[in-house]
Write a protein that binds this ligand. Structure first.
Ligand code: FES
Length: 109
């Protein structure tokens, strides 16, 4: 486990998503309408578009390029043309900061 502190909490409203780089890895961080936090790789598994440029629809992110969708709770692809999952990361809030668990040595999903 490698927790990284990111001072972002106030800039991530409910129903919002944001791209950021943690430990050299591009992530898409999400706060769903119920306030739950999730983090995924910020790269669509279809053709590598940035998911943080997409839309959050409930617990799904819709990719802005071909409109594939991913379940933010699991990273699973739930709408074509996306078929492969994206990696997810544990994230929690500590005051206004986010604590994101990004292992130092990453391997592709
Ligand atoms: S790049 Fe995301 S669905 Fe094609």
């Amino acid at each position: 486990m490698s927790l990284h502190r990111v001072p972002l909490g106030a800039d991530l409203p409910t129903g919002g998503l944001r791209g950021l780089v943690v430990a050299g890895r591009a992530l898409c961080v999400v706060r769903t309408d119920d306030g739950s936090l999730f983090a995924l790789d910020d790269e669509c598994s279809h053709e590598a578009e940035s998911l943080s440029e997409g839309q959050l629809l409930g617990c799904e992110i819709e990719c802005p390029w071909h409109f594939g969708r991913f379940d933010v709770t699991t990273g699973e692809a739930v709408a074509l043309p996306a078929m492969e999952p994206v990696r997810t990361y544990r994230v929690s809030a500590d005051g206004e900061d986010l604590l994101i668990d990004v292992p130092e040595a990453q391997t592709p999903p």
